[in-house]
Design a protein around this ligand. Structure first.
Ligand code: C2E
Ligand code: MG
Ligand code: MG
Length: 639
């Protein structure tokens, strides 16, 4: 053990007893020159090199003053200790533990004095009282010592002492003591400056809330491991809490933060020594699991991490389990740290798409999907600009009479190589890349324009045109701007209806309520699309100004086959009645669907049984002839 091991705070790097001190260029005489030399030696020191500079200074002092020992100690007020920072020369044999390493202030009056020393203190053998001599004799084996101790000040506080010891008698001149005081103050300054630097450095590299490493610390470390052929393979787990925003919204940001801190602590406890844990952003964490080469093990390990990190928590008097999703990238899957993160991110999206609360490993299939997705994204941008998009229309009918009550505009992409693509093939890409905003603006404007054109030709047309809205269009209130533009082609009142999903509403309920009220003021009706697939609570729906509920086709599909689905649809019908909303059945493919929907009181619907989505000209013919889409069966009551 070296003399410095007790002093973690200042010793950034352990120095062995034989570490060379570069004090040879220090002046051998001239007190002023010495002080200047010390200043120059300390000035460039940073927190990771200051120990070395201090060692040089102590060595130079020892030579200059021709004393036996020079030491520097700092006060640790929290622990009530005087701590040895360094000494010169280093002792040959230091007992473990070192009796001089950390000494409690209350060990004896000398240490007590070191705690609050304000003025330099010098002593020669003849000045010392008997008790003191005895102590020195005990500690050093030498009876007579001369001593000069100068305090290091930081403001009003004595933060440490610089001491010189000479065995035998030695006088201390005022000039010498003055120079030592100047040097002590340089040491104190260097210490304060490098401590501040270290703190700033810490802040820049660690997350203030959880104390975990942040992105800035994590990325170079991951890159180092990835690039080092001697390092083990690892798995990078990119983890994201599901619905953390809801916790913030419902229980407050303080509670949200508490959840993050709890998860961070659990992650730290979970991992082994060489693993890494970091917080990348809001509710995103990265765990690097060392020594993992295959996908199965990576998945199992990540699942264990997820399960343990998201055990139930109690915050703000609520106990719940904060689920999380994770995407995993093996170190072999990319040749840069950015590539690894991107792969883990793709896998994370997949985990979310599969229903959250799970871990997915980035593999070859995901890679090819991702490549295809990126191609699609690039081409979609061009498609929007080059007007390869068009709207198709699917009629919505009165289930009892077959009369066309409305049309739903569904975007189609006339892809130069792949032919006509339905929305399902590219909407998600548009959504994830943000292009949905431009696409959605265009769709609303085009549907309004088409509607105005139809009305010009068919003045008695009473259909409503429904257009799908993405969460992003709802979020910034973007749709209101789009509608303001549409109004210039004609009033949309009573003609336009917008469809939003439960999911879109739940992202920001307050904002959704504001936008929906403004839509209503413009005379635009609103339908909740894919109803039943989200998790909106009744109380939230009650606050929204809505007109229609579209029963998701997954419920319609099993109607008449699965009693549970019938029960759910019955419940939706009750809900619709309670809130005075009209039901629309989606994805109607069989007569049985129609019968069941009518039974539960749903009179409107759309689906392949009546018509598939069709180009505008075909829809126009249908409207022109005022066709009934389902001949009323004998025995049906049209009432
Ligand atoms: P959605 O709004 O629920 O639209 C209904 C989807 O079901 C359409 O798919 C339609 O073609 C399909 N469909 C209709 N009847 C049946 C049926 O009987 N059986 C089956 N199996 N499917 C049926 P599409 O056109 O691929 O659209 C998928 C989704 O893309 C839409 O779901 C909607 O959420 C979104 N979308 C479409 N156009 C737009 C748009 O202009 N803007 C935005 N933001 N989203 C759009
Ligand atoms: Mg829709
Ligand atoms: Mg739908």
């Amino acid at each position: 053990m070296t003399a410095r091991n007790g002093d973690r705070g200042d010793a950034a790097q352990p120095l062995g007893g034989s570490a060379p001190a570069r004090a040879h260029d220090a002046p051998a005489s001239g007190l002023d020159d010495l002080v200047v030399w010390v200043a120059n030696r300390l000035m460039p020191a940073r927190h990771d090199t200051v120990s070395e500079a201090i060692a040089d200074v102590l060595a130079a002092l020892q030579r200059f003053f021709a004393v036996d020992t020079v030491f520097l100690r700092r006060n640790d007020f929290e622990r009530g200790l005087s701590v040895l920072i360094d000494e010169w020369p280093r002792r040959e044999q230091v007992p473990d533990p070192d009796p001089l390493g950390e000494v409690p202030f209350d060990a004896d009056p000398i240490w007590q004095a070191a705690r609050s020393l304000r003025e330099p203190f010098v002593m020669r053998p003849q000045d010392a009282d008997e008790e003191y001599q005895r102590r020195v004799q005990q500690a050093s084996g030498v009876g007579d010592v001369s001593l000069a101790v100068v305090p290091l000040h930081e403001g009003e506080e004595t933060v440490g002492v610089l001491g010189l010891i000479m065995f035998g008698d030695r006088p201390w001149t005022d000039d010498e003591v003055g120079a030592l005081s100047a040097i002590a103050s340089l040491l104190a300054q260097a210490r304060a400056r490098t401590n501040a630097e270290q703190q700033l450095d810490h802040l820049a590299r660690f997350d203030a809330l959880t104390g975990l490493a942040n992105r800035r610390l994590l990325l170079p470390e991951v890159e180092r491991r990835r690039a080092d052929p001697r390092s083990e393979s690892f798995a990078l787990v990119f983890m994201d809490l599901d619905n953390h925003k809801h916790v913030n919204d419902l229980l407050g940001n303080r509670a949200g933060d508490e959840v993050l801190v709890t998860v961070a602590k659990r992650l730290e406890q979970l991992v082994r020594g060489s693993d890494l844990v970091a917080r990348l952003g809001d509710d995103e964490f990265v765990v690097v699991l060392d020594g993992i080469t295959d996908e199965d093990r990576a998945k199992r390990s990540a699942e264990r991490v997820l399960a343990e990190a998201t055990a139930s928590v109690t915050v703000a008097d609520h106990t719940f389990r904060p689920t999380a999703s994770a995407g995993i990238a093996l170190s072999s899957s990319a040749d840069s740290v950015d590539g690894l993160l991107a792969n883990a991110d793709v896998a994370l999206h997949q985990a979310k798409a599969e229903g959250r609360d799970r871990a997915v490993v980035f593999d070859e299939l995901l890679r090819s999907n991702e490549v295809a997705r990126r191609d699609l994204q690039l081409m979609l941008r061009a498609a929007i600009d080059e007007q390869q998009l068009e709207l198709h229309y699917q009629p919505e009918v009165d289930l009892a009479t077959g009369e066309v009550l409305g049309v739903e505009a569904l975007v189609r992409w006339n892809h130069p190589h792949r032919g006509l693509l339905t929305a399902g093939a590219f909407i998600e890409v548009a959504e994830r890349s943000g292009m949905i905003v431009d696409l959605g603006r265009w769709a609303v404007a085009e549907a309004s324009r088409q509607d105005a054109e139809w009305r010009a030709r068919m003045p008695h047309l009473a259909t409503e045109t429904r257009v799908n809205l993405s969460p992003l269009q709802l979020r910034g209130g973007d749709v209101l701007h789009t509608l303001a533009v549409c109004q210039t082609h004609g009033d949309v009142r009573g003609r336009l209806s917008l469809e939003i999903t439960e999911h879109a509403v739940l992202q920001d309920v307050e904002q959704a309520i504001r936008v929906l009220h403004e839509l209503r003021a413009l005379g635009v009706t609103v339908a909740i699309d894919d109803f039943g697939t989200g998790q909106s609570s009744l109380s939230q729906l009650k606050r929204l100004p809505l007109d229609f509920l579209k029963i998701d086709r997954s419920f319609v599909r099993d109607l008449g086959r699965d009693p549970a689905d019938r029960a759910l649809v019955d419940a939706m019908a009750d809900l619709a009645r309670a809130f005075d909303l009209e039901l629309i059945g989606e994805g109607i493919e069989t007569q049985r669907h129609v019968d069941q929907l009518l039974e539960v009181g749903c009179r409107r619907g759309q689906g392949f049984l009546f018509a598939k989505p069709m180009p505008a000209w075909e829809m126009e013919l249908l409207l022109w002839h005022d066709e009934r889409l389902l001949p009323v069966r004998s025995g049906w009551s049209a009432s």
